[in-house]
Design a protein. Structure first.
Length: 212
């Protein structure tokens, strides 16, 4: 992951993310609108008022590559939705700050949008592997970062963190106390070597622990 020096580095993680949906597919627009409404902390706005754009390359793979030229004219960071892993490189080359597959977009998109708004470049671990052929998706270096592997409960917690849930909502979802939820969140942050919840989610995404 990399930081874009041209973007402000201090943004409160609790501030709603202003997102513009750029797609010609009415079904995808409806699906994304519903998803973003569910994950919370996201305001869908017009292109001119957006902090991040969620841009769709389209379902026609033969036309997608030509459409990437649109990204170069964007004035806000873009998360590109692509239908083929081979389009990751061209999307990044055209200026996308994040890349996700159409059939894998899920609640974790909140974490991707938050990271991109903060100036990071992110993508699903499986897509990252397409940029470096014959490399394992999880390296010893990635596994070594932090202070240990996540437990099954901590994996559940970090997935819920990626959906933008507070400690209280995490506790409600998992049927545990608020104190226990806070304990698990702190444990996740420590093991992932992160100082903030957003950093923890981004690192979990890099390790392939979060489903987008």
């Amino acid at each position: 992951m990399t930081r874009n020096p041209n973007l402000p580095s201090i943004i409160a993680v609790t501030d709603p993310i202003k997102v513009s949906l750029l797609t010609d597919d009415p079904l995808l627009r409806a699906g994304l609108s519903s998803l973003l409404a569910q994950v919370g902390s996201i305001d869908v706005v017009d292109k001119d008022g957006a902090e991040v754009a969620l841009w769709d390359a389209g379902i026609d793979a033969s036309k997608a590559l030509a459409r990437f030229a649109e990204l170069r004219a964007m004035t806000v960071p873009v998360v590109a939705v692509v239908g083929d892993a081979s389009h990751v490189g061209p999307a990044l080359a055209a200026g996308a700050r994040g890349v996700v597959l159409r059939d894998q977009v899920g609640p974790g998109i909140h974490a991707a949008l938050a990271a991109v708004r903060s100036g990071l470049t992110v993508m699903d671990t499986a897509l990252a592997a397409s940029l470096v052929p014959n490399q394992p998706t999880r390296t010893h270096e990635a596994s070594a970062k932090g202070r240990g592997e996540l437990t099954e409960r901590e994996r559940q917690v970090v997935q819920l963190l990626s959906e933008g849930l507070s400690n209280k909502l995490i506790a409600d979802r998992l049927g545990i106390s608020d104190h226990t939820a806070k304990f698990h969140v702190n444990g996740v942050m420590m093991k992932l070597g992160s100082s903030t919840r957003t950093e923890a989610v981004v690192e979990a995404m890099r390790r392939g622990l979060v489903r987008l």
